[in-house]
Design a protein around this ligand. Structure first.
Ligand SMILES: O=C(O)CCC(=O)C(=O)O
Length: 189
């Protein structure tokens, strides 16, 4: 059943079958160009607390965490996911992938509002592996919403969601399993 969390944010659990999600997790862990990037904060370089990979159409460089990323080519598992998103009527041309190796890996509060995504970006976020909490915080009211992003789910953020809300994936020290998240995006420039 689809669940609208808040305006412009929709959660679809079981968007993939259990078997499709298991197969995708295995394939993506092998196929993607995983690396641990770094980020410049308060005058120092820090390792990003997760692995990441960036794939997509050629020449669609993307500025993320203060660095320009050049896309690696699509892989079979990514092409399959993208095709499934095409069937829903979306047209993503890149994907930023995150591999949370266990519950120590995390992502801090941020918005997906890079200028390359244009106004009202559409973020298509597929979750595989361990379920992890996902927090949304309203920028004006500071209201916080929490949901668990389950294996095989799709979260769609569009409209004014990036304008109004920040999001994060906090650490969960008791989680020993890995999680792969794919955020398909459309670079419009
Ligand atoms: O792992 C997630 O569910 C969130 C990923 C995310 O926020 C991002 O890639 O910008």
């Amino acid at each position: 059943m689809d669940k609208t969390i808040i305006d412009d944010i929709t959660y679809l659990p079981n968007w993939l079958s259990e078997q499709q999600a298991d197969t995708a997790y295995q394939a993506l862990s092998r196929e993607l160009a995983w690396h641990q990037g770094d980020v410049f904060i308060f005058g120092k370089w820090h390792k990003i607390p997760r692995l990441q990979a960036f794939h997509g159409e050629p020449n669609l460089d993307y500025r993320y965490s203060g660095k320009w990323l050049a896309p690696e080519p699509w892989t079979p598992a990514l092409a399959y996911m993208r095709e499934r998103l095409f069937q829903l009527g979306f047209q993503p041309n890149v994907v930023l992938a995150n591999w949370y190796r266990d519950g120590n890996d995390k992502m801090g509060w941020h918005r997906d509002n890079e200028p390359e995504l244009g106004p009202q970006p559409v973020i298509l976020s597929i979750s595989l592996g361990a379920a992890r909490d996902f927090h949304l915080r309203h920028r004006d009211t500071k209201e916080v919403q929490s949901l668990s992003l389950e294996h095989g789910s799709l979260l769609i953020m569009r409209g004014n969601s990036q304008e109004n809300w920040e999001h994060q994936v906090p650490a969960r020290k008791r989680c020993k399993e890995g999680r792969i998240n794919l955020t398909f995006r459309t670079i419009v420039r």
